[in-house]
Write a protein that binds this ligand. Structure first.
Ligand code: PLP
Length: 286
């Protein structure tokens, strides 16, 4: 069945939803995005995604085309029109269509291109993978150095995901100067005893919305949180490992580069953090 897609103020059947060949998103990857999960027809951590969107736009000197209330209304309308119970809303804002190709930014009053669409994912929260865990490989992190901006330049993460697929595993962890930065589209963690260890925020990683929530819940649950670098070797020897993202929530990692993490089974802490995250986020969903 055809989805209803949002393009620059219009709700259109997906076959009719189009943007220009001169769009800066298409020609230059000059755009930012957000992905918000939907559970029970409601948006998860919507506020967090709005704040990060605003920050990404500011960092790229782009004007936010909508207020948070307007973004919420568009998200809700799309979820309703597409009858989404569990799934995601993808949002993209590009620097628009200047009518030609040029490295220089177009005038600031050039209208941005705003596209949103839904992805239905029945069973998203009850994912079987959460019970078996992911296996990952490590690959060099050769991305640009503003990974804190959520841009649509996703070719390298896409290549890393393909390397993982070819290796028969679920994802890749990116390694720079000997330390794990993050996963292809998620933040990476290890667990040692009662301590959750994850890389500190900087321009080296995306500031995950799920990361912020999970670290808050971990502290509330009397877990210790240490924000520091770790190596693949330390991760392989840890008690547990996991990743977080808006669409995978908290996902245990049971194997890294062929070595079992801990017992090789899904860990207690990752499982508990997933439960807490989903419970709390469902309660706060809008
Ligand atoms: N790191 C990267 C590179 C990502 O692409 C993502 C999500 O797409 C994340 C981390 C997790 O961020 P969030 O929890 O906001 O989905």
């Amino acid at each position: 069945m055809s989805r209803t897609v949002y393009v620059n103020g219009d709700y259109l059947p997906e076959e009719e939803a189009k943007v220009s060949v001169f769009d800066r998103g298409f020609l230059m990857a000059d755009g930012v995005y957000e992905v918000t999960s939907v559970l029970g027809g409601k948006l998860i951590d919507f506020d967090g995604h709005c704040k990060r969107l605003a920050r990404s736009l500011t960092e790229l000197e782009m004007t936010n085309p909508h207020s948070d209330a307007e973004w919420l209304a568009i998200h809700r309308e799309l979820v309703a029109r597409n009858g989404i119970d569990e799934g995601m809303v993808y949002l993209q804002v590009t620097r628009g269509n200047p009518g030609d190709r040029d490295f220089a930014y177009p005038p600031a009053d050039t209208a941005p291109t705003v596209v949103l669409f839904t992805q239905a994912k029945p069973g998203l929260a009850d994912s079987p993978a959460a019970k078996t865990g992911w296996r990952v490989i490590s690959v060099p992190d050769i991305r640009w150095h503003r990974r804190d901006i959520k841009t649509v330049q996703l070719l390298y993460p896409s290549m890393a995901k393909m390397a993982a697929k070819k290796a028969g595993v679920d994802d890749a962890w990116l390694v720079e100067d000997g330390f794990v930065t993050e996963g292809t589209s998620n933040n990476a963690y290890i667990v040692k005893g009662n301590k959750i260890i994850t890389r500190a925020l900087s321009s080296d990683i995306l500031h995950g919305i799920t990361r912020a929530a999970v670290l808050r819940f971990a502290k509330e649950a009397q877990m210790e949180v240490e924000e520091r670098n770790f190596t693949i070797d330390e991760a392989q020897k840890a008690d547990e490992a996991f990743i977080t993202s808006a669409s995978a929530f908290v996902m245990p990692v049971v194997e890294i580069d062929g070595a079992a993490v801990g017992t090789g089974a899904v860990g207690r802490v990752a499982t508990r953090m997933r439960e807490i995250y989903l419970d709390e986020m469902r309660k706060a969903a809008v």
